[in-house]
Design a protein around this ligand. Structure first.
Ligand SMILES: Nc1nc2c(c(=O)[nH]1)N[C@H]1C(S)=C(S)[C@@H](COP(=O)(O)OP(=O)(O)OC[C@H]3O[C@@H](n4cnc5c(=O)[nH]c(N)nc54)[C@H](O)[C@@H]3O)O[C@H]1N2
Ligand SMILES: Nc1nc2c(c(=O)[nH]1)N[C@H]1C(S)=C(S)[C@@H](COP(=O)(O)OP(=O)(O)OC[C@H]3O[C@@H](n4cnc5c(=O)[nH]c(N)nc54)[C@H](O)[C@@H]3O)O[C@H]1N2
Ligand code: SF4
Ligand SMILES: [Mo]
Length: 768
């Protein structure tokens, strides 16, 4: 499969040889999806600036995006597949590599069954065309129920909450940043992270604009973050207690008769039941646990109810905690009770160009949890996934496991794509040992890192300047509807393989079709999608000939044709001629700065797919979990708790190898409050032993009053000190792996999401 590079947009006058040109590409380094204008000299990206004509980002770029050329040109990136021979990984050809994949995976599947192969997917998959389009085919093709993704280290609580409330785990409302009057932000630091589950280029600028237009910003975070510094009000909550605080805010709305459903009234069930369920969560009852004054909680609720429009938004710090699903649900509950769901200035459901065609309004099939259970601990499946935190035990624990679990035996083989769980998942040391014991492991990854060093085959995708870009995932979460597509800015280097083709071949090798034409994989998807589409009496192509429609598809290669298909059948699509002027791949190619599809609009009841066809405000699994939350009112944790933090110039675990990322204020230090440092005898720049249930690390101390007393903070994604990697820059400044401290046993039970924040730790000064 090949994709042609985009035509040079502006051959540079300063380059008589004509080899300097500009190409456009959306930045893949975070969820903000800024449009970049890349200067390309020969085949190297020598500069990246913001594309001022980009319909969404209007020229904004952060310091990370400006380093795109260094990310792209990192000399440590792998350029050839690696194959393990006599214990050592050495370069090989693509054909040999895929022969080895088929020879490694097929016997495992045939001998032990499909569940013995685990598929492990990481964050950068959602930033690539290949990582979105092919892994579902791999999982279904193998037929494995052993799927682990970064979602259970991140936003699975939000999916569960949306699944239960709206019947669709992907119906996630986003704050209407540009029109709201009041933004309540919990456990998020978008000034550093640039936002998440809320795709918004220049999040900091949008927060400044909110203040400038007279709006208010409230930040709830145990640290005084750079986002909190912009706020009108910062509440330094005790970590892990957001669900209690939010429940008490909802309680105040009921107690003070401030519930105003407005336009939502016809769509929402179980409001009185919710009021009763929350009756014991008074501000006084939760105040001590949260360490927030009852009066402050009342003020937070009154400010929310009193604002002309308002949006509550929670992220990592309220998600990767023991009550992650309850907190995520309560965020939406507050938006609903104040009538702010589905209205401008509140929170709205985006409508992306590749969303499935809208289904008819009315009852849907709802959302089900626990259709199967993990073998060892019996964790319920969520959205087809098992908890990432359970990956190690699924590899290193023998036996058939618990009754009612998946049964069979341990995982024997893994397919990983774009993930580095030795650093990013709990109990990295145990996982490190477990991976070493696998019969076979294949990784699609550009780096030989802490995880891929265990693979038998590493399949390196090309660098981002050589790949096409379309944001399937983030357009579903964007604060404005728009669509942008770019073809590779530079053609593939000799000997490289497009990541779309790597994934298509992987599907073939894993499913017993090794050697077949990878184009068949896409053709098969297109055919079955069209057969379904023509059978839909409400769809735009009802009754037409699927083969004739397939012949109409545009695009160079299967992935582009699949994009064309999704766009044309999507909500703005041309419906293969049924809606002239509608979106097609061709229209996107003709609009290199993107196509604006307008502001978010109210959409209810269309997104609802619950069995009732309404918003089910108090779903039974949530109601049951409130009992656990009620008990937490009495928790008075002594000792220290650990929270995470992200630095602007970082990207989970994989960008520390690029000069310019990390270092200085962006270093791996343990933030300790001055009072705690005094009590523990810690000096700034000194060392401290941090111990958790999973292990310990020796970290450098940074004394700062930006953390509240009793709370310490370590950034994640560090710990590049293992042998056998090829990360020369990162290894020189390795930092410590915070996930060594976790033993993987702490989970939010409803979503299977790992507890990565509010983790109890012990601290001991290390005398030097
Ligand atoms: N303690 C703690 N742990 C955390 C978090 C936390 O806040 N605290 N955050 C969690 C969150 S939110 C997330 S999303 C996870 C992320 O965890 P992972 O999903 O495992 O992400 P990374 O660790 O960054 O690893 C990304 C991998 O993708 C590779 N990669 C980069 N570009 C490409 C590409 O184009 N194609 C392919 N195939 N691979 C590529 C990189 O080389 C790297 O190996 O970590 C979680 N872990
Ligand atoms: N520069 C950079 N940008 C990134 C990433 C990166 O690694 N670097 N990673 C990307 C990814 S994968 C994701 S998911 C997003 C995440 O985006 P964000 O959710 O904005 O992530 P963080 O910056 O980790 O902010 C989490 C905040 O939660 C706070 N917190 C911790 N525990 C609690 C708690 O119990 N309650 C409350 N209220 N707050 C708490 C922490 O102090 C921290 O400030 O960022 C993305 N963007
Ligand atoms: S904010 Fe995110 S998408 Fe925008 S330039 Fe920075 S890293 Fe890239
Ligand atoms: Mo994430």
């Amino acid at each position: 499969m090949s994709s042609a590079p985009s035509a040079p947009l502006t051959p540079s006058a300063s380059s008589p040889s004509g080899t300097t040109r500009t190409a456009l590409r959306v930045c893949p380094l975070c969820e903000a999806t800024c449009g970049l204008a890349l200067t390309i000299e020969g085949t190297a990206v020598t500069r990246a600036c913001g594309d001022r004509d980009d319909v969404f980002s209007h020229g904004f770029i952060c310091p990370k995006g400006a380093l795109f050329g260094s990310v792209d040109g990192d000399p440590d990136r792998l350029t050839r597949p690696l194959l393990r021979r006599r214990g050592r990984l050495t370069e090989t050809g693509w054909d040999e590599a895929f022969d080895a994949v088929a020879a490694g995976l097929r016997p495992v599947i045939e001998t032990y069954g499909p569940n013995a192969v685990g598929v492990v997917l990481g964050n950068p998959n959602v930033h690539t065309v290949a990582g979105v389009l092919y892994p579902p085919l791999l999982v279904n093709g193998i037929g494995t129920r052993s799927l682990f993704t970064a979602t259970t280290l991140d936003q699975m609580p939000k999916h569960v909450s949306s699944g239960l409330l709206y019947g669709d785990a992907h119906a996630i409302p986003v704050p209407d940043l540009d029109r709201t009057d009041h933004l309540l932000l919990l456990g998020a630091n978008p000034v550093e992270s640039n936002g998440s589950l809320c795709t918004a280029p220049d999040f900091p600028g949008r927060l400044a604009a909110l203040r400038a237009r007279g709006g208010t910003l409230t930040v709830i975070d145990p640290r005084r973050t750079s986002t909190a510094r912009l706020a009108d009000r910062h509440v330094a909550i005790r970590p892990g207690t957001d669900a209690l605080l939010l429940a008490a805010m909802a309680n105040v709305l009921f107690a003070e008769d401030r519930v105003r459903l407005r336009h939502l009234a016809p769509h929402v069930l179980q409001v009185p039941e919710l009021g009763s369920a929350l009756v014991e969560f008074t501000p006084e009852a939760v105040s001590e646990a949260c360490d927030v004054a009852a009066g402050t909680i009342r003020d937070l609720a009154r400010e929310l109810a009193g604002a002309p429009t308002a949006a509550v938004y929670g992220r990592i710090g309220s998600s990767t905690v023991l009550f992650g699903t309850l907190a995520s649900w309560l965020v939406d509950v507050l938006n609903i009770l104040t009538g702010n769901l589905d209205r401008p200035g509140g929170v709205l459901f985006p409508q992306s160009a590749t969303d499935r065609p809208p289904r008819p309004v009315g009852p849907g099939s709802g959302f089900t949890l626990g259709r199967w259970r993990s073998r060892v601990s019996g964790h319920p499946e969520v959205k087809g996934e098992l908890p990432f935190a359970a990956l190690s035990e699924e590899i290193d624990t023998p036996g058939a496991g618990v009754p009612g679990g998946l049964g069979g035996g341990p995982l024997r083989a893994l397919v990983t794509s774009a993930t580095n769980p030795v650093l990013s998942a709990p109990d990295g040391d145990r996982l490190d040992r477990a991976l070493a014991g696998l019969d076979f492991m294949v990784s699609v990854d550009p780096y030989l890192n802490e995880t891929t060093r265990h693979a038998h085959v590493v399949l390196p995708p090309p660098r981002p300047s050589r790949t096409p870009h379309y944001d399937f995932a983030f357009n579903m979460l964007a604060v404005r509807n728009q669509a942008r597509y770019s073809r590779p800015a530079v053609p593939l280097d000799a000997g490289a393989m497009a990541e779309t083709e790597i994934h298509a071949r992987l599907v073939l090798a894993a499913t017993g079709l090794h050697g077949a034409d990878p184009a068949d994989v896409d053709a098969c998807v297109v055919d079955s999608a069209l057969v379904q589409a023509v059978a839909d009496p409400l769809g735009p192509v009802h009754g037409r000939d699927p083969h004739a429609l397939a012949a109409e598809l545009d695009g160079e290669g299967g992935a582009e044709r699949r994009l064309d298909l999704m766009l044309r059948l999507g909500p703005y699509g041309d419906g293969f001629g049924a809606r002239p002027g509608g979106l097609t791949l061709r229209r996107l190619l003709d609009a290199p700065h993107g196509v604006d599809l307008g502001p978010l609009r109210p959409r209810l009841p269309q997104p609802l797919a619950t069995r009732s066809g309404r918003v089910e405000l108090l779903p039974p699994p949530i109601a049951a979990d409130l009992t656990r939350l009620a008990l937490a009112r009495h928790d008075r944790p002594g000792g220290y708790v650990l929270v995470g933090r992200r630095h602007l110039r970082s990207g989970n675990s994989w960008l520390h190898n690029v000069p310019g990322f990390g270092g200085g204020s962006q270093s791996c230090t343990l933030h300790v409050h001055p009072e705690d440092a005094r009590r523990l005898g810690l000096a700034d720049g000194g060392r401290v032993r941090v111990s958790g249930s999973g292990g310990e690390v020796a970290a450098q101390v940074e004394i700062t009053d930006s953390v509240r007393p009793g709370v310490v903070s370590l950034p994640r994604g560090w710990g590049h000190d293992r042998p056998g990697t090829r990360l020369r820059v990162a290894a020189a400044l390795p930092g410590v792996n915070v996930n060594r401290l976790l033993d993987g046993s702490l989970l939010d039970p409803l979503s299977g999401t790992a507890v990565l924040n509010a983790v109890p730790v012990r601290l001991t000064a290390i005398c030097t």
